[in-house]
Design a protein around this ligand. Structure first.
Ligand code: ZN
Length: 448
């Protein structure tokens, strides 16, 4: 019987600035050694900045000449821990970061309209970014998918000793909001508002070092009682850019009537008449990204492993809530984030997966895991991800419970999100508040 694995997501920014980071690498590898961590899924960029010497992205200026990822990989290999480089597909940077990045550093194509998605109302990512701040690339576009595959190649050339690639955010992004507003005492709005217009909301929050900005855009779906009651809507569902519409038509044979003019009209027509075809087309775009990455890796080194952080159900924030997981949950992935990752497994694209079962109590993590295993239909290495944070505190007893439930049912292992919250020792060194003393439980569990 193979060993029950303890895996970990980790982010180099949890290691502090470059001068501290070097020392922290040692602390990190010692921690992995002590608790017998098998695999680390390691971030290799933050926003547009790479943590490794890159030919296509600017290197984190704080690092100077240090190949941070190379050093972490070496330190972890010395203690027998595998390292898998995290390739984040969709989200690339915060819109309000642009002002702080020297323009020579910024790869312009990342913010070109040819790379950004357009949602079902015709709102572009540039004007109305995801959740008010994040700029995501349009995974429906061939050039974007090729860029991501080149990013993998760029990384492999820089850190060839890596054990594999771990895909993150390999999906469309999605959310769906309805807001009812009462404008009966806001005549400046009520007297002007009409259906089919849109409202921009700029949210500014005072924080320690300045102002945090969000830009939201909502479609005015309904106006009643002379503008005194309105309903706003934003279903962040994309992409309906001309290029994607053309590709959709070509690959499905569905012809969008030429009398439809606006993007919204075209999107409504597709979603009303051919929703299944549209959602299927989107899942194929995402799958093509996985294929392109696998092919790139194979050209480079066939023994590299490919894995992904995946979903078990949607809505946003993954797996919120206390609802008991059920067999139909997985189907919610298709019309929202278009991530049919069990299909990738069936096609031999993924060597293993880490479903993010965050925010679920142990018994539900276990249920979700069993449902996913049933869907896969054979023994397969799934390493469910559990999360702890200051806001969502997973109790040490819960960690013990889920660990043992999975282990006693021949599970392959578990993944912790993330090093910076599960390691009390690291938090102490950085003066961060204790969540729990997980190390004690981990010591017991790994000694079993
Ligand atoms: Zn598009």
């Amino acid at each position: 019987m193979s060993k029950f694995e303890l895996n970990l997501w980790a982010y180099p920014n949890e290691f502090g600035s470059s001068s501290i980071a070097i020392k922290e690498i040692n602390n990190f590898s010692e921690w992995c050694n002590k608790y017998d961590v098998n695999k680390v899924f390691l971030a290799i960029r933050r926003n547009i900045y790479a943590y490794y010497p890159s030919k296509m992205l600017p290197v984190d200026p704080k690092l100077g000449k240090i190949n941070l990822i190379g050093r972490i990989v070496k330190a972890l290999h010395d203690v027998g821990t595998e390292v898998h480089a995290m390739i984040v597909v969709s989200p690339w940077f915060y819109k309000n970061m642009l002002a702080n990045i020297p323009s020579k550093d910024f790869p312009k194509f990342l913010y070109s309209d040819e790379w950004l998605p357009i949602d079902r109302y015709g709102f572009s990512e540039r004007d109305a970014p995801f959740f008010g701040r994040t700029i995501d690339l349009d995974i429906g576009k061939e050039r974007v998918r090729r860029f991501i595959a080149n990013h993998v190649k760029d990384f492999l050339e820089s850190v060839p000793e890596i054990d594999g690639i771990h895909l993150d955010f390999i999906r469309y992004r999605y959310w769906n909001t309805q807001i009812d507003m009462n404008l009966s005492e806001a005549s400046e709005l009520s007297r002007n508002i009409v259906k089919d217009s849109f409202i921009d909301i700029s949210l500014k929050i005072n924080v320690l070092r300045g102002v945090k900005k969000f830009t939201f855009r909502y479609y005015v779906k309904d106006v009643r009682r002379n503008g005194r009651k309105i309903r706003l809507e934003r279903e962040y569902l994309y992409c309906f850019c001309n290029e994607c519409l053309k590709n959709f038509e070509e690959s499905t044979g569905i012809e969008i009537p030429s009398k439809l003019y606006s993007i919204k009209e075209k999107a409504d027509w597709i979603l009303n008449n051919f929703p299944t075809e549209f959602h299927r087309w989107r899942t194929l775009q995402v799958k093509d990204q996985a294929i392109k990455i696998r092919n790139t890796m194979n050209m480079y080194n066939k023994s590299l492993k490919l894995s992904a952080a995946t979903f078990a159900r949607f809505p946003p924030y993954g797996l919120v809530g206390s609802e008991t997981p059920n067999e139909n949950d997985y189907d919610s992935l298709i019309p929202t984030i278009a991530q049919d990752w069990v299909d990738w497994i069936n096609d031999g694209l993924l060597d293993f997966a880490a479903p993010m079962l965050y925010w679920m109590k142990p018994v539900n993590v276990f249920r979700a895991w069993r449902i996913l295993m049933k869907r896969i239909g054979r023994r397969y290495p799934l390493y469910p991800g559990v999360l702890t944070s200051e806001k969502y505190r997973y109790r040490p007893s819960q960690l013990k419970e889920i660990y043992n439930l999975l282990k006693n049912s021949n599970g392959a292992g578990i993944t912790l999100f993330r090093y910076g919250t599960w390691s009390h020792e690291r938090r102490k060194r950085f003066g961060e508040k204790t969540i729990y003393y997980y190390e004690k439980v981990l010591r017991d569990l790994r000694a079993l």
